[in-house]
Design a protein. Structure first.
Ligand code: SF4
Length: 176
């Protein structure tokens, strides 16, 4: 089966994507989200992802959590929404592509594609550009129709569902 390295932002979004990919790929989740602040929020999302993937994914790869990696790429435009998000997408997708290539995955993708709150077309463009750079395929799909089902599944499993995107600035800007 085709091996997918799936950058995963949180459990509820994964459950939405799962509706579509479960019979298409062998999935490994990559939890690389240095944008999430504060640390307690990061831990909460990761713990809930572990509950969400039970019986579904092969495993979760968690990369080290260092918020300065995010800060470095958005420095100077941190208050500019949605411009800073493009840097945030690039950071996370670039790392995913790098790991996918290193570990010989067939394709990479991101659960951010399920969210109607993200800049979907920009994610698609950035994913394709990075795929060409790293010579590993980006699996694009418009998963947004599955967003509500993911949220409902998370509710059913009593998972935590965050109310903001991730960074400290998003707390005042985005209500999810
Ligand atoms: S709002 Fe979300 S996507 Fe944008 S920079 Fe903050 S964490 Fe990243």
């Amino acid at each position: 089966m085709t091996k997918l390295l799936l950058h995963t932002c949180c459990g509820p979004c994964f459950l939405g994507v799962w509706e579509d990919v479960q019979n298409k790929f062998e999935i490994t989740n990559l939890f690389y989200n240095p944008n999430i602040q504060p640390n307690e929020e990061y831990e909460k999302r990761l713990e809930n992802l572990k509950l969400a993937v039970k019986g579904k994914s092969k495993n979760i790869l968690e990369l080290s959590y260092d918020p300065t990696e995010h800060w470095q790429v958005i420095y100077g435009i941190e208050k500019e929404f949605p411009e800073r998000c493009l840097k945030c997408y690039e950071l996370r997708l670039r790392k995913t592509a790098f790991e996918a290539k290193k570990m010989s995955f067939d394709v990479f993708s991101t659960t951010l594609l399920v969210s109607p709150h993200q800049q979907h077309e920009k994610l698609k463009d950035i994913g394709n550009i990075i795929a060409a750079e790293y010579d590993v395929e980006f699996y694009y799909a418009d998963w947004r129709p599955f967003f509500r089902r993911g949220q409902d599944a998370a509710k059913y499993l009593k998972l935590y569902r965050q109310k903001y995107c991730g960074c400290q600035w998003s707390k005042n800007e985005i209500q999810m």
